[in-house]
Ligand binder design. Sequence first.
Ligand SMILES: CC(C)(COP(=O)(O)OP(=O)(O)OC[C@H]1O[C@@H](n2cnc3c(N)ncnc32)[C@H](O)[C@@H]1OP(=O)(O)O)[C@@H](O)C(=O)NCCC(=O)NCCS
Length: 118
Amino acid sequence: MIQGIGIDLVELSRITSWTQDKFIERILSDDEKMIFDSITSEDRKLTFIGGRFAAKEALFKAFFEGDKTANYKDFSILNDLNGKPYVISKHQSDKMTIHISITHTKDYAMAYVVIETL
Ligand SMILES: CC(C)(COP(=O)(O)OP(=O)(O)OC[C@H]1O[C@@H](n2cnc3c(N)ncnc32)[C@H](O)[C@@H]1OP(=O)(O)O)[C@@H](O)C(=O)NCCC(=O)NCCS
């Protein structure tokens, strides 16, 4: 059964206009921060964080109805060996599957989430 869906589109120029260190600290989990720190290309850093930000906004829409206590760091979006993204979260139960897809161009990042329960 589909329990929730969420979608988000991020304008990457908005991210470059924000204070970088504070934004990164607020958005990325420790695992994501390690990956982010290993990226050498500035363009790729921007699409990486833009994709994570879009993904987490989409996850909030899919998971919560107006709950403002959720934290960006409650979610980690990692990539499997093929590059396919997956989500690790304390909000996820055993009976739940989170489907996520991310895309980015040089100007935008977008993510789509479907939460499925048994
Ligand atoms: C994987 C592929 C679909 C990505 O598309 P793209 O147009 O280059 O890039 P997009 O901006 O649309 O998407 C990038 C995001 O796709 C996601 N992605 C990468 N590989 C993926 C895969 N195998 N399956 C699903 N999603 C994937 C990632 O989340 C990535 O963003 P991130 O690295 O910041 O997390 C594309 O490279 C492709 O078609 N490759 C050839 C076939 C293939 O599936 N190869 C995978 C290796 S077996």
